[in-house]
Design a protein around this ligand. Structure first.
Ligand SMILES: CC(C)(COP(=O)(O)OP(=O)(O)OC[C@H]1O[C@@H](n2cnc3c(N)ncnc32)[C@H](O)[C@@H]1OP(=O)(O)O)[C@@H](O)C(=O)NCCC(=O)NCCS
Length: 282
């Protein structure tokens, strides 16, 4: 095997990583709320670079660990390199740091198929599909009676929203306060639901050229099943109707029966764009 050197990512290598991403096919990016340049510019989470004779031929980066888990955010290998050899070398070195930071599992959402040829050899196992649901039109079911006060979220709500998010979602689906701050920044609509002046639910929706995308919907566990999620969903759909936007997509785990029932009730249907979700335990 040809000798590779593996180094941590540093900001001075940003341009080289950009070039590698630009000139090669085997690219995986799952950056959620950030553009690639922005993410590389601010990157502090664990990331490794693979060099051969001084040339950058691979990179592998994860999200900042949260509650002992993280996501593969970026992976790229030079097209004509030995892909598995490079990915293995990057992964083995990165996993050492993740273990030292008490990370217990790493998740991957396969945005493109190429990476699925290699991740089983790195120990990843298939968990389930993340399905995409879509709805169009202005029909809405009558809301269930509730006392929820819904208003646009402010920066001062972010900590309370993070509390709802981390209570409602299990790792690795939780958002850190930094991620929530960035998500709020790029959102087209972000609302909180309050009972007795306490934030008990929130939603966050982004806008694309072809419609809205519900990126986050969460209700405190002890307040679920009372129509609050439906109330926030109905409200945000109406907010977009007022902006002339009548289509909305969303993703959810195929095993999430409660969310799927709610979305079915609001006429969301699968559109077939499903992504496999894989996990490796360290
Ligand atoms: C999924 C989630 C947001 C739903 O919110 P919720 O407040 O529990 O949901 P609701 O009470 O509004 O809806 C739940 C039920 O009421 C039904 N319902 C909601 N609005 C209704 C209405 N207007 N009329 C009749 N039924 C309604 C739903 O179909 C659903 O049916 P079920 O009782 O058979 O499950 C919430 O459970 C949650 O935060 N889960 C954890 C995080 C998560 O999974 N988020 C979504 C990720 S995509």
């Amino acid at each position: 095997m040809f000798p590779l050197s593996i180094t941590p990512y540093e900001r001075r290598y940003l341009q080289r990583v950009r070039d590698l991403l630009f000139h090669n096919q085997l690219v995986h990016t799952h950056l959620d709320w950030h553009e690639t340049d922005q993410w590389l510019d601010m990157q502090t989470a664990p990331m490794r670079l693979a060099w051969y004779k001084g040339r950058l031929i691979g990179a592998l980066g994860v999200s900042a660990p949260l509650n002992r888990t993280c996501w593969v955010r970026l992976a790229v290998v030079q097209d004509h390199a030995d892909h598995l050899h490079v990915l293995h070398a990057l992964w083995d070195d990165l996993a050492l740091e993740l273990r030292s930071r008490f990370v217990e599992s790493v998740a991957l959402l396969a945005m493109r198929d190429w990476i699925l040829r290699y991740v089983p050899q790195l120990g990843f196992q298939y968990m389930e599909d993340i399905i995409t649901l879509e709805r169009a039109g202005a029909n809405l079911p009558p809301p269930r009676p509730n006392h929820l006060v819904i208003r646009s979220a402010e920066v001062s709500d972010l900590e309370a929203m993070a509390g709802v998010d981390n209570a409602a979602f299990d790792p690795p689906w939780q958002l850190s306060l930094d991620e929530l701050r960035q998500a709020h920044r790029i959102s087209a609509s972000c609302t909180v639901g309050l009972l007795d002046n306490m934030v008990v639910a929130y939603q966050l929706t982004t806008l694309y050229f072809d419609g809205a995308h519900l990126a986050r919907l969460a209700v405190l566990p002890q307040m679920q099943g009372l129509g609050l999620g439906g109330a926030l969903l109905g409200d945000v759909l109406q907010r977009f109707f007022r902006r002339g936007v009548y289509t909305m997509t969303l993703n959810t785990q195929s095993s999430n029966t409660r969310s799927r029932r709610l979305y079915a009730h609001y006429d969301f249907k699968p559109n077939g764009y499903d992504l496999p979700y894989w996990v490796v335990r360290l």
